[in-house]
Design a protein around this ligand. Structure first.
Ligand SMILES: [Zn+2]
Length: 441
């Protein structure tokens, strides 16, 4: 590849000289390279004022190109070069890929992975200061495996300490809008940071038996907050040794890799949709007592439990794992008794499809083609407007309707909605005895 021409003052001088030289009958088969030997001696004796003129042209050109190249030299409002910010993003992606690979490299093959334990963590904070400090106030963690579901939980309200000057209003607003944890003098808050830290270490690595402390997983958007908060608690604990719980990894990546491990592929966006579905937001007995009483979904324990439910709901069937009450909450008799998976964009093989219970009513004589629009190995793209509509309540309603349809048997279980058409339903408890033979729970 030819070397890229540097567009300095001399270059613009040559460009100006070129037509004149051509008029003199000279030819330049190698382009500008042929002009250099002629132009250079002339440039050396060019008056300073003339040189300055070309310097100016060159500068203007470079300034223009900076604009045209977009963001290379542009700064954001924090005076950070946009180009460098992009690098930060790339670095982060690189870091996450590395983390994922290091985790995957230690995984057993095939379905043996179902026994692997993962630690999911969520921390609620009062606010983030302009200096990037967080004030943690609630911590929830669970131990989870695909095979056994949630096997351990840990929950604590943390004393966030003194609120920095000027942040009282922000803390109060955030509390009111989200977790509703009192920002001061909360009687449930624990200031025994050392005790809690030791408990947390033992939670992931009982008696320090494992050579390495496993990572915590949280949503990518929370990683920074959790890393900070863990360091914060560790500092307060004054243990005299380094933080062993430094590793906070991206949950989206983990779920993608769980799918990938068993030969299925999901995008990060699809995983985020799965993890943030509202299906279990207000499920009883999935939050801490405080948030349960307030019927508030912004509970650290609630968050990690819901992530586990979403993983169980989507991943367990792929691993052939039977869903138990440790995987998904038990619902009361007579309540809405189904879990609706998001429109299935996951690649599902023919065998699995065959195992899926058919919702086709017995007396439905319509051609099969109209019945099954589900296409394995095709990416399902949910229209945006529909995606907004497809919140938990909507899904539950649709699920309920579907079960009703099935129970009636006389009505079509099909509708024009792609959600209903393509959404596999796993009822965990029969709505009433003698219902359809779909119960897998
Ligand atoms: Zn809570």
């Amino acid at each position: 590849m030819p070397k890229k021409q540097v567009k300095n003052a001399f270059y613009f001088y040559m460009k100006e000289l070129e037509p004149q030289l051509k008029r003199e009958g000279r030819v330049f088969p190698h382009g500008m390279a042929d002009i250099v030997p002629i132009a250079h001696p002339r440039w050396k004796i060019l008056p300073e004022k003339e040189k300055e003129r070309f310097e100016k042209i060159s500068k203007e050109y470079k300034a223009k190109m900076r604009g045209a190249e977009g963001d290379k030299y542009r700064q954001d409002n924090t005076r950070t070069l946009l180009s460098e910010r992009r690098d930060e993003y790339a670095d982060l992606q690189k870091k996450r890929t590395k983390e994922r690979n290091s985790v995957k490299s230690q995984w057993p093959t095939g379905k043996l992975l179902a026994s692997e334990k993962f630690y999911l963590l969520n921390i609620q904070t009062l606010c983030k200061t302009d200096d990037g400090d967080y004030l943690p106030c609630e911590i929830g963690a669970i131990e989870y495996s695909i095979k056994s579901g949630i096997t351990k939980t840990l929950h604590r309200f943390i004393e966030p300490g003194r609120i920095p000057t000027g942040y009282r209003y922000e803390c109060k607003s955030k509390s009111e809008d989200t977790h509703q944890i009192p920002i001061e003098r909360f009687e449930k808050s624990d200031a025994n940071y050392r005790g809690f830290w030791i408990q947390l270490e033992n939670f992931v690595n009982p008696n320090g038996e494992k050579p390495e402390y496993p990572p915590f997983y949280c949503m990518g958007s929370d990683v920074e907050e959790l890393e900070y908060s863990l360091n914060w608690v560790h500092d307060k604990a004054c243990l005299g040794y380094a933080n062993r719980l430094k590793r906070v990894y991206n949950l989206e990546g983990l779920v993608q890799d769980l799918f990938g491990h068993i030969g299925h592929s999901v995008s990060e966006t699809q995983v985020i949709d799965l993890m943030t579905a509202h299906t279990w937001d207000f499920e009883p007995k999935t939050r801490c007592e405080f948030h349960e009483e307030l019927e508030c979904k912004f509970c650290s324990l609630g968050f990690v439990n819901r992530y586990a439910y979403a993983i169980s709901d989507s991943v367990c069937p792929l691993f052939g794992v039977q869903i138990t009450p440790k995987h998904l909450p038990i619902r009361e008799e007579g309540s809405v008794s189904c879990v609706v998976l998001p429109p299935s964009s996951m690649k599902i093989d023919r065998n699995q499809e065959a195992r899926m219970p058919s919702r086709r009513p017995q007396n439905d004589n319509r051609p099969q083609q109209q019945q099954q629009t589900f296409q394995p190995n095709t990416e399902y793209k949910m229209p945006k407007a529909q995606k907004r509509k497809a919140d938990g309540n909507q899904q539950l309603e649709q699920g309920k309707q579907l079960i009703d349809d099935d129970n009636n048997g006389s009505e079509s279980s099909q509708s024009s909605s792609p959600i209903r058409d393509e959404t596999p339903i796993i009822p965990r408890k029969k709505k009433n005895e003698g219902g359809p033979d779909e119960d897998v729970g």
